[in-house]
Design a protein around this ligand. Structure first.
Ligand SMILES: Nc1ncnc2c1ncn2[C@@H]1O[C@H](COP(=O)(O)OP(=O)(O)OP(=O)(O)O)[C@@H](O)[C@H]1O
Ligand SMILES: [Mg+2]
Length: 604
């Protein structure tokens, strides 16, 4: 994690963050963004104009100059009205912009996360830590535009205040220098707090996952059966302490440094007043100058305190935007150029594994070890093996979710990584073990499997039929248009098996894929239903001459035996390959497992 943390607020970073936020604000609401950008400097200048009016008023009064006094009053009244109008309009626009900019950036984050081409980042703790920080702070992104604008306003007010003070006596510039230690103290405190947070992302993530576990409806049953709530709350408390302790200490140190800085500034301000009052007593300054210094002095105090608050907000915002920019850079760095070769059109070709080896990041030994195998076009291939044998890992590699550690997979004689990744993905389809439960309308939840045809009702019906769920629309209140998900008003939840059939139906949506993967597609179904569904996929494949390779993983041997090719994985290696008859004749692991299963069924 530590090598990823770069918390310096460099001008480049500030510039990039500002550009990003301004662009997002204009995308979210161009009129309000323009209003905020134009009116903010105006409202920043009004305080200085009021102070000038005050000096003019006092000096005109001393000289009994009525016209001067009238002009001063007009100036101050005008500044007051402009300040009021500008700040009201800006505040209103900023609140609305905050929400919209937040949504624009949320959508961008969703797109970036979803567009990372492969899955290896999910096994990378540094990536997870950064993404956690972005998730935790992303609500601040919406307000960051307002904060940058507010900083600009504070700077303008500050600059004008300082120029006016120097017009009274140039030495008063030293007040600005005295504000510097406080600014630095706040900056340092902010960094220390953020670093404390960044070094505790891991316990923080665990803490949140515990909270999510206890509050999720999926965990409700086991938590009750095993009485886990007390234990989980206890663990949550321990993790909370690990997260909060360093942060609390950093905040406390920051308060100490800032208090020291403020004491110094207070002493300096007293000195400045002494300087101007003695000059006035010696006739070297006018009464207006004394009033101006008093007014500007207190303005400077609120300026500096505003600047400090703003600076700490700014630092936080730039940091949060930094997490976003990191994701943006990461997505660009891993994006495939999209200029790979075109995937050959149907009919399909053979897929060949050539000494394929894969190891998950951090794994001590290969999770797939030197696999060589030909999957003929148009065939159905069953992959069997015990839990953890590497079946899911193999199908994920076929779908290009990871790059092989060594060796390769070829299609039509070319390494599959040579093909354009999006084109490759659009010619594959899959039902994974951990399938989605999209809470959309029923036909959409199926149609997601072929996005351009999401509203193709007959296609959804055919896919449901092939997945053994042709009766499902008839059981639901609005048929194919039924809203899925109990959390939606009028929504309907489905059983585990029904959700799984929907996942299979999605996998049947794409026409003429070169590869269809079904990873334990029917674990929630009874063996007869699984067998029927598998037959229907197999028949579809046999009837077409598109050459789709159907790879399925199953622990049910009644289904497995009808595959054209059976691959037995054992301890991440290929142990046997052949048809059911060949493997039974060989009398090795497959025959043993098959006999065990058959005996199990006979005993029942
Ligand atoms: N994301 C991951 N990161 C690290 N190791 C993993 C990951 N996923 C799986 N593994 C490891 O890889 C090995 C193979 O896992 P895989 O999921 O491919 O097994 P499987 O044969 O599909 O098992 P099952 O029948 O239980 O689904 C296991 O030892 C597992 O611990
Ligand atoms: Mg698996």
């Amino acid at each position: 994690m530590s090598e990823l943390v770069d918390d310096r607020m460099t001008p480049r970073k500030l510039g990039r963050s500002t550009a990003l936020l301004i662009a997002a604000a204009f995308r979210a609401d161009p009129r309000k963004a323009l209003l905020v950008l134009v009116l903010t400097p105006v409202s920043g200048a009004t305080a200085a104009v009021t102070a000038i009016g005050l000096r003019l008023m006092v000096d005109s009064a001393t000289a009994a100059d009525l016209a001067g006094m009238m002009s001063a009053a007009a100036l101050m009244a005008g500044a007051l009205v402009v300040a009021f109008l500008a700040s009201t309009l800006v505040a209103e626009a900023r609140i609305q912009l905050q929400l919209r900019v937040g949504l624009v950036l949320d959508q961008r984050i969703m797109t970036l996360c979803g567009s990372l081409p492969q899955l290896d980042h999910h096994e990378n703790p540094a990536y997870q830590d950064r993404l956690d920080l972005l998730r935790n702070h992303r609500q601040g992104l919406g307000g960051a535009f307002g904060i940058i604008v507010e900083n600009a306003r504070t700077l303008i007010t500050f600059g004008l205040t300082v120029s006016l003070l120097m017009s009274v006596r140039p030495e008063l510039l030293f007040l600005v220098l005295l504000a510097l230690p406080t600014v630095l103290a706040v900056r340092r405190g902010e960094r220390a707090t953020a670093q404390a947070e960044e070094t505790t992302t891991e316990p923080n993530r665990l803490r949140k996952s515990l909270f999510a576990l206890v509050t999720s409806p999926l965990s409700a049953k086991e938590i009750r059966v095993y009485g886990l709530q007390g234990e989980l709350a206890e663990r949550h408390r321990d993790l909370q302490e690990q997260v909060d302790g360093p942060k609390r200490r950093a905040e406390w140190r920051s308060t100490l440094w800032t208090s020291g800085g403020w004491t110094l500034f207070g002493l300096g301000f007293a000195g400045a007043l002494y300087l101007v009052v003695s000059a006035a007593l010696q006739g070297k300054a006018t009464p207006g100058d004394v009033v101006l210094t008093l007014s500007l002095g207190s303005q400077l105090t609120s300026n500096v305190s505003g600047m400090i608050t703003m600076l700490s907000f700014l630092q936080r915002s730039v940091r949060t935007v930094g997490y976003y920019l990191w994701l943006d850079d990461h997505a660009k760095a891993v994006a495939t150029a999209g200029n790979g070769s075109a995937v050959p059109p149907p009919p399909g070709h053979d897929l060949v594994l050539d000494r394929l080896t894969f190891r998950y990041p951090g794994a001590a030994r290969p999770n797939l070890d030197n696999l060589s195998l030909r999957l003929p076009a148009g065939s159905t291939v069953a992959i069997v093996g015990e839990n953890g044998a590497g079946k899911t890992t193999l199908v994920k590699l076929l779908c290009q979710m990871y790059q092989p550690t060594s060796g390769r997979i070829t299609y039509a004689g070319r390494d599959i990584t040579d093909y354009d990744l999006q084109a490759w993905r659009s010619r594959t389809t899959a039902c994974f073990q951990d399938y989605l439960r999209p809470e959309f309308l029923l036909h959409e939840s199926v149609g997601l499997g072929d996005l351009p045809r999401i509203d193709d009702f007959p296609a959804a019906e055919r896919a449901l039929d092939r997945a053994g769920a042709s009766a499902l629309p008839g059981l639901l209140p609005h048929g194919l248009r039924t809203q899925l998900g109990a959390t939606f008003p009028g929504g309907t939840d489905l059983s585990g098996g029904q959700w799984q059939k929907l996942a299979m139906a999605r996998a049947g949506m794409r026409a003429a894929p070169l590869l269809r993967v079904l990873d334990e597609p029917a674990a929630n179904l009874d063996p007869a239903a699984e067998y029927e569904i598998f037959r229907s996929f197999q028949e579809t494949a046999a009837q077409s001459d598109e050459g789709t390779i159907t790879v399925f993983v199953s622990h049910r041997f009644a289904t497995v035996r009808s595959a054209d090719l059976i691959v037995v994985l054992d301890d991440c290696r290929i142990r046997e390959v052949g048809s059911h008859e060949e493997l039974m004749a060989a009398g090795d692991l497959y025959a043993t497992l098959y006999a065990l299963h058959a005996k199990g069924y006979q005993d029942q």
